[in-house]
Design a protein around this ligand. Structure first.
Ligand SMILES: C=C(O[C@@H]1C=C(C(=O)O)C=C[C@H]1O)C(=O)O
Length: 420
């Protein structure tokens, strides 16, 4: 295990205050260009900036170490929480590697958090603060954009999909999610605020997130914990949008597709199976619904549960629960170990934090984590370049060309934000 924690010298000794302020209808407008942290949906959620503390962790036990670190950190703080809702008081933003054993997960405690829930806005910071003024984002885009293939060009990626279908047909596994990356280079540095604004405007049903240069708008909620109540939105099974009557036809075909329903059921089963030992009750509707986004439609199932009140698992915090459910078959496959091994063999890229859990947790253990999808990582070395990611579930009968087209419509979510 390697862990590197950076904490500002006075952080542990200080008093953190959460106080209600005038309503901020537009949380994203308060973000500075540097170090933007976000988890926002329909004008509610959390934004943050500055780093009171930061932890980077890799290896077995990465999430347990992060949970212990967060508990020790919050234990040292004096907190005056005048708001008392999930997300008030100390908050940790997190972006966890797809493979937390091999990849680096990043945890950031912001200096300042602005939160909004049920129309109530608050600020959390050391000492009392007003709502900072909105900061205008300078006009003008990133200039010309040049795209380049990532690790696998489309032909080689289709060959990887065909190889996966063969392995599935041979009975090695039932489902694997294969992803690819796309590199974009701009003339000017990419401004995360402009990208977040466009993502939030175009995808109001998604969670617009930013942690340590990884930005996106995800439609998939891996797990929310509010007290003992747990909820998730599982997605798998995708169709493109069409014009006019074609759009309705595509929607009906998705809902009626045996292939997509089977692929979806594997994703729901993987979450429910992993969560069940922690729950006294857990339920998922029999039938998936359609989630309609600007670029795609998904089969969606909202799962709800209650965490046990007794036994060792009753004490599991949100980070432990995240470690137990990730990777679900929405981003890994079925069975998990075989799918993750096949991803390593065929995908040819390091997913980094793409398809990993991203979100926040507070000192009570309440929080929300999505899957980092429909996203891009701005290069830490060169803010003019970014790496976009998109993947799809491969099952028996998957057609490589159709899967390639699916990655293209998924990339289009972030490309539209880039191209404005
Ligand atoms: C892997 C991604 O999306 C996942 C795969 C889906 C599918 O294959 O139908 C649908 C939603 C997500 O669970 C992605 O967007 O990169």
């Amino acid at each position: 295990m390697t862990a590197a924690a950076v904490t500002s010298p006075d952080a542990a000794a200080r008093t953190l205050v959460s106080r209600k302020v005038d309503d901020a209808h537009d949380l994203l407008a308060h973000l500075p260009a540097e170090g933007a942290l976000s988890w926002v949906r329909r004008g509610e959620g959390l934004v943050g900036w500055g780093e009171a503390a930061r932890l980077e962790v890799t290896g077995p036990g990465a999430l347990a170490d992060a949970a212990a670190w967060w508990s020790a950190y919050t234990g040292e703080l004096t907190v005056e929480d005048h708001v008392g809702v999930p997300g008030s008081g100390p908050v940790l933003f997190a972006s966890i590697a797809f493979d937390p054993v091999a990849g680096t997960s990043v945890f950031v405690v912001p200096e300042v958090v602005v939160g909004r829930r049920d129309g109530v806005t608050w600020v959390t910071s050391a000492g009392s603060r007003r709502l900072p003024s909105p900061r205008p984002v300078p006009d003008g885009g990133a200039g010309r954009l040049r795209y380049a293939d990532g690790e696998l060009d489309p032909v080689r990626w289709c060959a990887a999909v065909a190889a996966a279908v063969e392995r599935i047909t041979a009975g090695d596994l039932a489902k694997v999610v294969l992803a690819r990356d796309l590199i974009v280079a701009a003339d000017e540095p990419l401004d995360p605020r402009r990208l977040l604004r466009r993502l939030a405007d175009r995808f109001p049903d998604c969670w617009t997130f930013a942690v340590d240069g990884l930005l996106g708008a995800t439609p998939e909620l891996l797990l929310r914990r509010t007290g003992r109540e747990l909820s998730a939105r599982v997605l798998a099974g995708t169709a493109p949008r069409g014009a006019g009557a074609e759009d309705e036809r595509l929607a009906a075909a998705l809902l009626g597709s045996a292939k997509d329903r089977a692929e979806h059921a594997l994703a729901v089963d993987s979450l429910v199976g992993a969560l069940a030992p922690y729950c006294s009750s857990l339920s998922a509707p029999e039938e998936p619904e359609l989630l309609t986004l600007a670029n795609v439609r998904h089969l969606a199932t909202d799962v709800t549960g209650t965490q046990r009140r007794t036994g060792p698992r009753s004490r599991a915090g949100l980070l432990e629960l995240i470690g137990a459910v990730h990777p679900t078959a929405a981003v890994g496959g079925t069975p998990t170990a075989a799918a993750v091994a096949l991803i390593g063999e065929l995908e040819g890229m390091d997913r980094g934090r793409y398809a990993g859990p991203v979100g926040w947790v507070d000192a009570r253990g309440d929080g929300e984590f999505g899957l980092a999808l429909r996203c891009a990582e701005i290069s830490p070395a060169d803010p003019c370049t970014a790496r976009l990611f998109a993947g799809c579930g491969i099952v028996a009968g998957s057609d490589p060309a159709a899967e390639l087209a699916e990655t293209q419509v998924k990339f289009a979510a972030f490309q539209a934000a880039l191209e404005g």
